[in-house]
Design a protein around this ligand. Structure first.
Ligand code: AMP
Length: 397
């Protein structure tokens, strides 16, 4: 268990918190989804209630080390002020840290909150530059990491700074580590993983790690076609990860040896073109016509997956079952989301597309945990140590 803000005395201290305020904005710079801001509130509220002097920092978008006001964090400061019901000071310096910002940080009163400008206006941030980490650390007495979305990156604000200040996690990282960690390491069994998405290649380390943990592994989405090919099925014009066909065959073999049920779709919805309005029909998985491409799992597969999900103790889901962005090929993903929502299992959704799908279909509040980090949750499922979490000492250390 990592040390958290509860394990350190923050009263009267200047506490710098790495948050994930990488929120989407429209062409007028208006925030279109405040989920990440809302996710950061419990830690910020705790710090203000404890009488800390809170300094928040985050990146937004990819300004690549250049000052680009399209990515200013000013709208985030405004949103935070509204949510917290108190004025959040915005340190508008494009240099992120300068004398004015240092003076503002030094002048903070207990309970006050200030937000720095976009960390990625400085190119040293993503390079984990020691000088920039020092500038950030110089503003505060304690560092809190609460940005799970960037915990898989070793940047100045997510890792380098931990060498210079006492380091603890915020409540969001605590929650992510607890739910993702327990799901993989101490699950209520049977443990079922559902994997989808476009390519096998991107998910190999996840499959390899999960094969050592799960009771069943359900594979849908574009990934399934490489497994079909490995079995010798005709997959028509479906997406194929050519260089990983042999690997798919060996993963099936490993699953068998480990007694893991690796379950592939038994039917698919295949279309004449990659187009929502293309002519399409259902086919058995081993009977896809040469001129068709599979773009979703079929209803028999959806029912089979739902049955397995319903008898699970824990379900981990990452990746859509089909091209869910197109309504004609969203049914399989919706069926899996619905099965998770109505199961009594602990349900943990990896970030990214599956999180978006769950919200899109209105099942968000039915899941035990929806991860806020796409890349980070995937690396967690790969069994990798995330640098932004590794730098936080364990409780009692
Ligand atoms: P990933 O980023 O690997 O999780 O892949 C997500 C993407 O996979 C989504 O944009 C889906 O549209 C896409 N996808 C899912 N199933 C298929 C399929 N059968 N053929 C092509 N793309 C797919």
């Amino acid at each position: 268990m990592k040390r958290t803000v509860r394990d350190i005395d923050v009263t009267g201290k200047r506490v710098i918190v790495r948050c994930d305020f990488n929120v989407p904005t429209d062409s007028d710079g208006k925030i279109t989804d405040e989920t990440r801001i809302v996710g950061a509130l419990p830690t910020i509220r705790y710090l203000t209630e404890q009488g800390a002097k809170t300094i928040l920092m985050s990146h937004m978008g990819r300004p690549d080390g250049e000052v680009d006001m399209k990515y200013t964090l000013r709208p985030v400061a405004e949103s935070l002020s509204a949510h917290l019901g108190r004025d959040v000071l915005f340190a508008a310096s494009p240099a992120v840290v300068d004398d004015e910002v240092r003076a503002a940080a030094a002048g903070l009163e207990q309970g006050q909150v200030m937000l720095l400008e976009n960390l990625r206006f400085r190119k040293e941030e993503t390079k984990n530059g020691a000088d920039f980490a020092k500038e950030l650390a110089g503003l505060a007495d304690i560092w809190v990491n609460d940005a799970f979305g960037t915990a898989h990156r070793a940047h100045a604000s997510t890792a380098g700074i931990a060498d210079l200040l006492p380091a603890v996690s915020g409540f969001l990282i605590e929650k992510e580590v607890k739910f993702l960690g327990d799901a993989v390491e101490h699950p209520k069994r049977p443990l079922v993983a559902v994997l989808g998405g476009a390519k096998v290649g991107d998910k190999i380390p996840v499959i390899e790690n999960l094969l050592t943990k799960v009771d069943s592994l359900l594979i849908g989405g574009g990934m399934a076609y490489t497994f079909f090919k490995a079995r010798g099925y005709e997959i028509g014009a479906s997406i194929l990860d050519e260089k990983n066909i042999a690997l798919a065959a060996s993963l099936e073999k490993t699953a068998k040896e480990k007694g893991v049920a690796l379950v592939l779709p038994i039917d698919v919805k295949a279309a004449a073109a990659f187009d929502n309005d293309a002519e399409s029909a259902y086919y058995d998985a081993d009977d896809i016509p040469a001129d068709r491409m599979g773009l979703d799992i079929g209803p028999k597969s959806a029912e089979m997956f739902a049955r397995i999900i319903k008898s699970a103790g824990t379900v981990i889901w990452n990746g859509p079952m089909g091209v869910f962005e197109m309504p004609s090929f969203a049914e399989g993903t919706k069926a899996v989301a619905s099965a998770l929502a109505s199961s009594g299992a602990v349900t943990v959704i990896g970030g990214g597309d599956s999180a978006a799908a769950v919200e899109q279909f209105g099942f968000g509040d039915k899941m035990t945990h929806i991860s806020t980090g796409g890349g980070a949750s995937l690396e967690f499922l790969e069994g990798r140590t995330l640098p932004g979490i590794a730098v936080i000492p364990d409780k009692g250390e």
